[in-house]
Design a protein around this ligand. Structure first.
Ligand SMILES: Cc1ncc(COP(=O)(O)O)c(C=O)c1O
Length: 450
């Protein structure tokens, strides 16, 4: 067995005995003991730099002292009370802060939940209630979560929906622009127009626009491989929505809160969304999510249509208020821009040397690095990506892949420059090892599914 961490391997397999397979995406057998900032320590004391950031849930870094102190103080006062019945000052204060965080001058309101998935279900409910229309438009490649509404809106992996249908009806998926794989000599404008024609096709053939409640979009797709569509395309869709009374809803669960170099990724396009779904980093990985929406839309649902016993839990709310302080005090969106530029330069240097690095997509400290057979064919190489992330793990990086062949680069935004330099020293070694065919993947990892 090629594992270097026998205890982690043993515990991982013990866990597989008890946890349903659907709850485990297996990359390699890491079991985590503790974490601080951008560093994670496993059960054997080995340290890793975390390039996954707990799936973009740790923008402020693991166990940030301000988050930990805020939670401890709140635990001493009140651990939980169902805010649907009787609220508390901590949850109230957070609700007010979140309404002010939305881009736009209008009055916004908040509906709390506990996971990104339920926030997207909320978007479907609020949009249908506010418009009296049933159809939702979402995008191929999108990941919105696994509750029934969210999983129906997503379209990134057929295994997610196998065996569980029927799904929530009246959700139409349209293609998402791909600026990497396109026709020869196509300009960005031509690509935008081609995908806009795809977007319009349902409306021109079978779908009356006045029956559509909302467009639900990740302004930068995360699980599809960190893909940012052209400005022109997003602007055109937004204009079409406004002209036809269709709400514009953004899923910022992966890309929000400074990750892309802006507070919200939709700000790259200068658009004021009607509805925002947020989660993950909003409370440093504590179970909290929110739909933030324009007040008239949020007023459309009756009591109990979107309420959960632990939604807006005070300990999670305390963590979240601390997160918002840190994002402002440590200027994390700005840091994401600067360090993202630095990381991009390093990846581009590596791309120039290695033919298997097909595309480098970086938007802030937020990247998708495409591993391909070669730069000409651009054929995705899932097996190569699996070998690379396994060797990176052996050398002390937590690195996983997206869409089969895309390296996922989403470290905590507090990662230091010294840690970033260490990351690129290791990655260079890993890429050299791969090029020289030195990496042997353990048998059980040969069919990584994600
Ligand atoms: C864009 C996006 N939306 C929604 C979700 C679902 O969030 P959760 O897993 O907290 O339900 C995710 C999680 O990966 C996500 O990346």
């Amino acid at each position: 067995m090629a594992w270097e961490n026998d205890l982690g391997d043993q515990l991982f397999h013990e866990n597989m005995n008890n946890v349903a397979p659907t709850g485990i995406v297996q990359y390699y057998n890491l079991v985590i003991k503790s974490a601080q900032g951008a560093e994670v320590t496993d059960v054997e004391g080995k340290q890793y730099i975390d390039l996954l950031g707990s799936a973009s849930a740790m923008n402020v870094g693991h166990n940030h002292p301000h988050v930990v102190a805020a939670m401890k103080q709140q635990i001493d006062e009140l651990v939980s009370y169902d805010a649907g019945y009787f609220t508390n000052p901590t949850s109230m204060k957070l609700a007010e802060r979140l309404t002010k965080l939305a881009p736009g001058d209008q009055k916004y309101k908040v509906a709390f939940g506990t996971s990104g998935s339920d926030a997207n279900d909320g978007i479907i409910k609020f949009a249908r209630a506010a418009t009296g229309r049933s159809y939702i438009i979402s995008f191929e490649g999108g990941y919105h979560g696994t509750t029934f509404g969210a999983i129906s809106a997503g379209a990134c992996d057929v295994n997610m929906v196998r065996k569980i249908g029927p799904l929530v009806p009246n959700i139409v998926h349209v293609p998402f622009p791909d600026l990497y794989r396109h026709y020869p000599n196509e300009t960005v404008h031509e690509i935008s127009m081609r995908y806009l024609a795809d977007f319009m096709r349902p409306f021109n053939t079978y779908l009356p626009a006045d029956e559509v409640a909302c467009v639900l979009i990740e302004p930068i797709q995360g699980d599809a491989g960190i893909i940012k569509p052209p400005d022109e395309y997003i602007q055109a869709i937004h204009t079409f929505c406004q002209a036809n009374g269709i709400l514009f809803a953004v899923d910022e669960i992966n890309q929000g809160l400074g990750r892309s170099g802006k507070m919200w990724s939709i700000e790259h396009f200068g658009i004021e969304p009607d509805l925002i779904a947020t989660g993950k980093s909003i409370a440093a990985g504590m179970p909290l999510s929110a739909v933030i929406g324009k007040a008239d839309i949020m007023d459309a649902l009756g009591t109990s249509a979107h309420v959960f016993t632990t939604a807006g839990n005070p300990v999670c709310a305390a963590a979240s208020s601390a997160v918002l302080d840190i994002i402002a005090d440590e200027k994390l969106p700005e840091k994401s821009v600067t360090d993202g530029e630095y990381a991009k330069e390093q990846f581009l240097k590596l791309q120039a040397r290695f033919d298997f690095i097909g595309d480098v997509r970086m938007f802030g400290l937020n990247g998708g690095i495409e591993i391909v057979k070669d730069k000409i064919s651009k054929t995705p190489d899932n097996n190569a990506a699996a070998q690379i992330i396994f060797r990176a793990f052996q050398k002390g990086l937590i690195l996983v892949k997206l869409a089969g062949n895309v390296l996922r680069f989403q470290p905590p935004l507090v990662i230091t420059r010294a840690q970033l330099d260490q990351v690129f020293t290791i990655l260079e070694e890993v890429f050299n090892d791969f090029q020289q065919d030195k990496i042997k993947l353990p048998d059980e990892l040969k069919n990584m599914v994600w």
